[in-house]
Design a protein around this ligand. Sequence first.
Ligand SMILES: Nc1nc2c(c(=O)[nH]1)N[C@H]1C(S)=C(S)[C@@H](COP(=O)(O)O)O[C@H]1N2
Ligand SMILES: [Mo]
Length: 380
Amino acid sequence: MTTLDDRKPSSREPTLADVSGPSRLAEPDEAISAEELQLAARNHGIPLEALRYDVTPAGLHYLLIHYDIPELDPATHTLTIGGAVDRPLTVTLADLRERQRVTRQVTLECAGNGRALLHPRPVSQPWLVEAVGNAKWTGTPLAPLLRESGIDPDAVDVVFTGADHGVERGVEQDYQRALPVADALREEVLLAYEMNGAPLLPQHGAPLRLIVPGWYGMAHVKWVHSVELRTEPFEGYQNAVAYRVRRDADDPGVPVTRIEPRAVVRPPGFPDFMSRRRVLRPGPCLLDGRAWSGHAPVVAVEVTTDGGESWAPAELDPTDAGDFAWRRWRYEWVADPGRYVLGARATDASGRTQPVEQQWNRGGFANNMVQRVEVVVPAE
Ligand SMILES: Nc1nc2c(c(=O)[nH]1)N[C@H]1C(S)=C(S)[C@@H](COP(=O)(O)O)O[C@H]1N2
Ligand SMILES: [Mo]
């Protein structure tokens, strides 16, 4: 593993580049490093058994925090709306709470979900399939506030700035992400101050975060304090450098936006402590899990017990949770003694579905390869 000292030749003055290397791919047989483990310990995934809950309890929801959780006081926190507007606004949390109040169930998934399963592995937060959660977010719609500020007709992007600060590949920055104006004006987009009926927890963006239903996690800016309209496309790091699907380092790539369809299996039976492989008693067994897509509602889920060789249709539970919440699926299986590799595949109303083989890209983004759950059914 490269250490800080390896990168610090004594012959020159230190720079920000000394704290972070370039983005890189792991060598073919390179094990997960202590740096990746450090990120994995900070940014936990949902324990897959928690797929049992329609609404993910806050402490079981996945987490992704690029820098440090900032310290913000809800009593004095303000949100400014400025830039290319006629009437710049500053509102307090109390002002936001007096506005229209909306609660929406939204499935959040990190764009890097699945990254650590890719070959070669992009070195970053090493997610397997657990970077997902489905919560009830309460707040006020963003669009009316934008309209009240009088958007310049030439505005193209809306930049959201969080209070967290850090450095990434040598670039010092506040966490900032832009949305095209039309996407920011969607009626579903919320400035959220509650999660599952309680004030936001520090790690989930307290006291205020953006919720962009249907989009991968990076768009849902936490600890947001500034909203700025721009008449030129935003070229900040998290839009122009990170979060692009690229074939190689020179490819300008395409921006990561909406969530690709995915179904996950709630692992049946009980696990081995180290390997997490499952042990299941022979006989009838209900397989279930969750499925979601940010493009269009999920219309079908299929199940495999042989690692994707053959597929059988699952049933979708009825739902009133809205188009941006995951949906439960179920499948009646009879487990005969043997070894199995379980997985599920979602298809949405736009026709998008999931590949069995990896769709590789440099950052490991938007990878919705079918999950593999290894199960052993011992003969009794
Ligand atoms: N300010 C700020 N907002 C942020 C992030 C961040 O590091 N800073 N991480 C983003 C990413 S990459 C994801 S996946 C989601 C995770 O949200 P959660 O931790 O509430 O699940 O927050 C997004 N919003
Ligand atoms: Mo993310």
